[in-house]
Design a protein around this ligand. Structure first.
Ligand SMILES: O=P(O)(O)OC[C@H]1O[C@@](CO)(OP(=O)(O)O)[C@@H](O)[C@@H]1O
Length: 466
C-alpha cells in the first residue's frame, strides 16, 4: 500500500532559483537537492542555463563573453534563460522534452513534477525580478537559494573542478582554463548583488554563507521549502568516503529464511574477522572511523572485532517482513501467493502484512542520510534492503530499480561522493557465502548478479555547469 506523498497542494510548483558567483558550488548543491528529493519520491529536475547557452551555439566562450557591457552576448544569455524557463513551465505542465538539453538527475518516471531548480548565477536584482515576474505569471513559487562564499580554499577547489571538467574548457589546459575562469568571475563580481533581509525582505530565500558556516533564511513558508532548507543546512563539501557492508552470512541466510535475529554462520564470523583487515588496508585515517550498526545481532557480531566508536541505529534494522518474518521465499509463495506476486510486481511500494515496504524504509532512513551528509569516515554495517536504499540515495538509482540492486555478502563497498556523481568500488573479502538475491518471478535465491560492473563507475554524472 502506498504511503501518502510528502508534498501538499501548495507545494506542487516550486522553483529553486540559484544565486551566486561562478565557482560557489551552485551546481553541486543543485545536484544534491535533485538526488535527495527524487529519493524521497518528490519529482525534481535541474535546469542549467549554461547548457542552454551551449545549445545556442556558444559552447566555448572566453571571459569576454561574460562582460556585462557586451550587448551581443548579453542577448544570448537572456535567450538561454528564456529557453530554460520555458522548459521549466513545460516540465511542470508535464509536456517537456527538455531531457534532450539538460540531462541532470535521473528519469522522474511517474513522479509528480514538484521542484524545478534554475541553476545559473542570477546575480543581478534585475534578472531576479524578471524571474519573479515569470514565476508569478505561471503560478510557480520562487525560492532563492544563494551560495555566498569567500573561502579561498573552497573557491580554488571549485575553479580547478570547473577548469578540468566543464565542457566550456574541453581540450584546454588547466592553467589557461583557470585563468580565463577567474576573469569570468571578476566580470560577474562587477554586477553581483547578494540577497539580504533589508532589500529582499519580501522574498523567500536561503543564503548559505561559506556552505554551512552561517545560514540566513527569510520567509520560508511551506513544508517543502523548509525541507529543502533543512537538507542544505546539512550539506558539507569536503571530500570523504562512506563505507558500507552487509553483515556476515547469517544462519537464516544459510537456511534461506528472511528477517529474524539469527547469529552469524561460521563463514559469517570469518568475514567479521576479515573486515578488520579490510578496513586496515583500505580506510585512510581509520583511527577516526565510526561504525554504525543496526540493533540486530548479526550486524553487531560483524562489528565485534572493529576497535572503533560504535553507534546502534534502530533505523538501520532490516525491512520488517511482518507476518512473513522467518519464512523462506518458497514458503511465502505457498502461503501468501497473492502477496508474493504483488511484491514482485511493485517491490518498492509493496508493504508486508504487519511489516514494511521499501518506501517505508527510505522514510525511516532520512535521519541517517542527514547525519551521513554531516559526518566523515563512517562504516555502516546493515542489511540487504537497507543497504539498497542507502545505495540508491548515493548512486541516484530510480526507486523502481532500487529494491533489485545486488548487494553481495562479504563485500566492502566504498562510496566516494563527488561534485557530480558518486564513485563506487567493491572490495571482496574472498570468503564464500550463500546468495540471498531473489530474481523477479521466482522464489529461488540464485547466484547474485555481483555488481562487478559497478566498479569505479560514476553514475548519472551530469554535465558541468557554466
Ligand atoms: O527485499 P528482499 O529482496 O526480499 O531482501 C530483503 C531480505 O534480505 C535479507 C536476507 O534474505 O536480509 P539480511 O540477511 O541482509 O538481513 C532478509 O532478512 C530480508 O527480508
Amino acid at each position: 500500500m502506498a504511503v501518502k506523498r510528502i508534498s501538499n497542494e501548495n507545494d506542487m510548483k516550486l522553483c529553486v532559483v540559484m544565486v551566486g558567483l561562478p565557482a560557489r558550488g551552485k551546481s553541486y548543491i543543485s545536484q544534491k537537492i535533485v538526488r535527495y528529493l527524487s529519493w524521497l519520491s518528490i519529482g525534481c529536475k535541474c535546469f542549467n542555463v549554461g547548457n542552454y547557452r551551449r545549445v545556442l551555439g556558444v559552447d566555448k566562450p572566453k571571459y569576454g563573453f561574460f562582460d556585462f557591457d557586451n550587448m551581443a552576448s548579453y542577448h544570448v544569455r537572456e535567450a538561454a534563460l528564456e529557453m530554460a524557463f520555458k522548459d521549466i513551465t513545460e516540465w511542470f505542465d508535464g509536456n517537456s522534452d527538455s531531457d534532450n538539453i539538460d540531462n541532470t538527475g535521473h528519469s522522474n518516471g511517474s513522479l509528480t513534477h514538484s521542484v524545478a531548480i534554475l541553476d545559473a548565477t542570477n546575480s543581478t536584482r534585475e534578472r531576479r525580478d524578471w524571474i519573479l515576474q515569470r514565476c508569478h505569471e505561471h503560478g510557480i513559487q520562487p525560492m532563492f537559494l544563494e551560495s555566498w562564499c569567500d573561502d579561498p580554499e573552497t573557491i580554488a577547489a571549485n575553479i580547478k573542478d570547473i577548469a578540468t571538467t566543464s565542457p566550456d574548457y574541453e581540450g584546454q589546459d588547466e592553467c589557461s582554463a583557470s585563468q580565463d575562469f577567474k576573469k569570468r568571475i571578476e566580470n560577474y563580481k562587477s554586477v553581483y548583488s547578494s540577497l539580504n533581509t533589508a532589500d529582499d525582505k519580501s522574498l523567500t530565500f536561503v543564503k548559505l554563507i561559506n556552505i554551512s558556516h552561517e545560514i540566513v533564511i527569510n520567509r520560508i513558508e511551506t513544508y517543502l521549502q523548509s525541507r529543502i532548507v533543512f537538507y542544505v543546512m546539512n550539506i558539507r563539501i569536503r571530500p570523504k568516503c562512506i563505507w558500507l557492508s552487509r553483515h556476515g552470512e547469517s544462519i537464516y541466510n544459510v537456511e534461506q529464511k528472511i528477517g529474524g535475529d539469527s547469529s552469524l554462520s561460521e563463514r559469517g564470523l570469518k568475514y567479521a574477522a576479515k573486515l578488520r583487515e579490510l578496513i586496515n588496508e583500505n580506510v585512510e585515517n581509520n583511527e577516526r572511523l565510526s561504525v554504525w550498526t543496526s540493533t540486530l545481532c548479526r550486524t553487531q557480531q560483524t562489528a565485534q572485532y572493529l576497535p572503533y566508536e560504535k553507534l546502534e541505529w534502530k533505523a538501520l534494522d532490516e525491512l520488517d517482513a511482518g507476518v512473513c518474518d522467518g519464512m523462506t521465499y518458497e514458503e511465502i509463495e505457498d502461503v501468501y501467493p497473492e502477496d508474493f506476486k504483488a511484491r514482485d510486481d511493485d517491490k518498492y511500494e509493496y508493504r508486508y502484512r504487519g511489516g514494511e515496504s521499501y518506501r517505508d524504509v527510505v522514510i525511516r532512513l532520512e535521519p541517517v542520510i542527514m547525519e551521513l551528509e554531516r559526518q566523515e569516515n563512517v562504516l555502516i554495517i546493515t542489511h540487504q534492503a537497507v543497504l539498497r536504499c542507502i545505495y540508491a540515495y548515493f548512486m541516484n538509482v530510480p526507486k523502481e530499480e532500487s529494491p533489485w540492486v545486488s548487494i553481495p555478502l562479504h563485500t566492502l563497498i566504498k562510496l566516494e561522493p563527488r561534485a557530480y556523481g558518486t564513485k563506487v568500488t567493491l572490495i571482496k573479502a574472498n570468503i564464500p557465502a550463500v546468495s540471498t538475491y531473489k530474481e523477479k518471478g521466482t522464489s529461488h535465491v540464485g547466484e547474485s548478479t555481483d555488481a562487478e560492473g559497478a566498479h569505479n563507475m560514476l553514475v548519472n554524472a551530469p554535465e558541468m555547469t557554466q
